[in-house]
Design a protein around this ligand. Structure first.
Ligand SMILES: [Zn+2]
Length: 70
């Protein structure tokens, strides 16, 4: 029995060999764009991630931990 067959439900498997697909336009995402959202009081906390093709938002991230992009 291989290690994959013994994997537990809800396990997160690291796959650096697969390219994610955009949920909006289903284009491959070899890279994802990110920027800081801008609000009334200047540049906000956290990041917004969006697709390079359609620029639709993929998600948000709060900077709760040291996060070094790139
Ligand atoms: Zn897209």
């Amino acid at each position: 029995m291989s290690a994959r067959e013994m994997s537990v439900p809800c396990a997160v498997v690291r796959r650096e060999d697969l390219v994610p697909l955009c949920p909006h336009c289903e284009t491959e995402l070899p890279e994802t764009y990110m920027r800081r959202p801008r609000g009334r009081f200047g540049i906000g906390r956290g990041f917004v991630f969006f697709g390079p093709h359609c620029r639709k938002v993929l998600g948000f991230a709060a900077q709760w931990y040291p996060f070094i992009p790139g």
